[in-house]
Design a protein around this ligand. Structure first.
Ligand code: CTP
Length: 400
């Protein structure tokens, strides 16, 4: 089979150097990459680097190799175009259909999915002109990844950093795998919870669980690649922030409830993939609990935590909001799943069988998705992102 053909557009921002890492990821994973920098991008990283890393010729202008009609051919033959970094100027040109160099011509001729990874100073990103251009591009079906928050060039800090190249690569991989032009979650806001809550006993100890957060992160990445605005409420995961996802870190179940309720207020869908502790210690010791010589330890009294899934399902923030829960069961998986689905009041429940051999933290998963409408969708053993795609298929079907 031919290698998937990717055009890596690079516009003129300092983050151009990070695109070298993205290029390496793409070539090393078997993609044929044609780099199309703008003339300004070459001020930051030279043509020799792009050419050597991609193994393909590099030009910025439509006047090179005119006999091959590159201004049309490169875009027409691409399976994916990714522009990283995309400057404010590049977003404006793309939104308005300008075509004054090879990259902008390529964007006009491409009929494949297009991903933009913007990077710029916070003021430029927040300017209404840029925001309107981003909205235009999204409306037309492009995936525009939200910039990350952090240190910018110079002394500034704020929103506008290019997301980690490895995470941009993950978005590209998912968009390519779907191979559709229209991201079906574009214009939607989705909330995903991930990880496991920790309920503190004293400043150094907590009651926790072994959830890795990987399934929730796979859901967040997949939704972003399908065009959604994603809020990821993450409890104690230690995983890298997915590109374009707004991550809200929390510790306890009570904090998670607050963050989920806030984000769910304008959300089209909420997926509770987190392992939320059902109980927390009634008392928190402000000093470390010490052994008392010759004495039995004091018992730990537990109180119930709020059931976030049941609460948001019973009191929906919006009409038509789709709510998904997860359940881990050891026996009578389907029967227990049906009972739990009814008790929680959500629309879909992803039921995993857990047991001795099926451990937390694994890369793969096997499940059945039960619907409140009586539907039953088996998900064969496979990567967590495959399960994530099926969950979003079912959500998207209920949203439309
Ligand atoms: N959940 C929640 N709030 C809680 C506990 C769980 O929102 N306090 C959510 C989880 O995120 C998950 C679903 O509810 O989506 C299933 O949780 P689970 O703990 O399996 O359900 P329980 O009602 O606690 O059932 P069990 O008696 O099996 O523990």
């Amino acid at each position: 089979m031919d290698k998937p053909r990717v055009v890596l557009g690079v516009s003129g921002g300092i983050a151009a150097y990070k695109a070298c890492e993205l290029l390496r990821r793409l070539t090393e994973s078997g993609h044929d990459v044609r780099v199309v920098p703008t003339a300004s991008a070459l001020h930051f990283v030279g043509a020799a680097t792009w050419s050597a890393l991609s193994g393909n010729p590099v030009s910025t202008e439509v006047w090179d190799d005119v006999h091959e009609v590159p201004h049309v051919r490169i875009g027409q033959h691409a399976d994916l175009v990714v522009v990283a970094p995309a400057t404010a100027d590049m977003l404006a040109k793309a939104a308005h259909g300008l075509a004054d160099d090879l990259l902008t011509n390529t964007l006009l001729t491409a009929r494949c999915p297009v991903v933009f990874a913007p990077a710029m100073h916070t003021e430029m990103w927040e300017h209404p002109a840029t925001q309107e251009n981003v909205a235009t591009l999204r409306r037309r079906g492009a995936v525009v990844i939200e910039p990350a928050v952090g240190r910018l060039t110079g002394v500034d800090t704020g929103k506008g950093r290019l997301p980690d190249p490895g995470e941009i690569f993950e978005v590209c991989r998912r968009v390519l795998a779907r191979g559709v032009r229209e991201p079906d979650l574009a214009g939607r806001h989705v909330v995903v919870s991930a990880g496991g809550t920790r309920e503190p006993l004293d400043p150094v100890r907590f009651l926790g669980n072994r959830s890795s957060g990987k399934q929730g992160y796979a859901l967040a990445r997949t939704a972003a690649a399908r065009g959604a605005r994603v809020t990821l409420v993450a409890a104690n995961t230690g995983l890298p922030d997915p590109a374009g996802v707004d991550v809200v870190p929390v510790g306890t179940a009570v904090q998670m409830r607050e963050a989920v309720l806030k984000a769910a207020a304008d959300a089209d869908a909420v997926v509770m993939a987190a392992a939320v502790a059902d109980f927390r210690p009634e008392n928190y010791a402000t000093g470390k609990i010490k052994k008392k010589d010759g004495k039995e330890p004091d018992p730990i009294v537990l109180v119930r935590n709020p059931d976030i899934l049941a609460e948001i399902s019973a009191d929906r923030a919006r009409d038509g909001q789709v709510i998904v829960g997860f359940a881990a069961e050891t026996d009578d998986v389907l029967a227990n799943g049906r009972t739990k689905l009814a008790r929680k009041g959500c629309d879909l429940l992803v039921v995993n069988e857990v047991g001795e051999r099926k451990t937390f933290g694994a890369e793969e998963n096997e499940a059945v998705v039960l619907g409140a409408d009586g539907s039953e969708t088996p998900v064969p053993h496979g990567p967590k992102e495959a399960l994530a795609e099926i969950v979003w298929d079912l959500v998207a079907g209920r949203l439309s």
